[in-house]
Design a binder for this molecule. Structure first.
Ligand code: ZN
Ligand code: ZN
Length: 169
């Protein structure tokens, strides 16, 4: 019924949007780094109401007074306007999960990559041989430390303690 008005929406929306500033409430102030547009793939900074590239609203349809309506609404539930914004396409929950993982878990992902690389390394015989060599070397160091005379060990530990004191100061 109002398909033609939807097509128009994208063209004049930004102007209307600039005139009607959204009221600052807790919801719009909520700290959210980015909003991702599933229609064009653009990230809009902050608590954006519309995609800055294609002008679509995110998970809601907004009337010119910026009342929030569900994406399936045909008219605004608060003012009755039929001039509702075009929402971005509905995406499966898995895309949102993926987006969340990418946003919140990129650090975790890096750790995971590092771990897999490490585990892969540990499985390699060359690396295992290397580990054994390092172990033997450490053992040798401890053994040779034990062979050192008592006065030398005490001297070194006192020297280390003095260094620590200097760092504390
Ligand atoms: Zn967009
Ligand atoms: Zn409205």
């Amino acid at each position: 019924m109002h398909a033609h008005s939807n097509a128009r929406v994208g063209q004049y929306w930004p102007k209307v949007w600039l005139k009607v500033r959204p009221r600052q409430n807790d919801e719009t102030n909520r700290a959210m780094a980015m909003k991702f547009c599933y229609a064009c793939g653009k990230l809009s900074p902050g608590e954006a109401l519309f995609c800055s590239k294609c002008g679509r609203s995110f998970d809601v349809r907004l009337c010119p007074r910026l009342h929030k309506n569900s994406r399936w609404a045909k008219a605004c539930s608060q003012c009755g306007s039929h001039e509702l914004s075009q929402p971005q396409p509905h995406v499966s929950i898995w895309w949102k999960v993926l987006e969340f993982l990418i946003r919140a878990g990129s650090g975790t992902f890096l750790v995971y990559i590092a771990l897999t690389v490490l585990i892969d390394l540990f499985r390699r015989p060359v690396f295992q041989a290397g580990l054994v060599a390092v172990g033997v070397l450490l053992g040798l160091l401890v053994w040779s430390w034990r062979q050192l005379p008592e006065w030398f060990r005490k001297f070194v530990s006192r020297f280390m303690k003095r260094k620590e004191h200097e760092r504390e100061r």
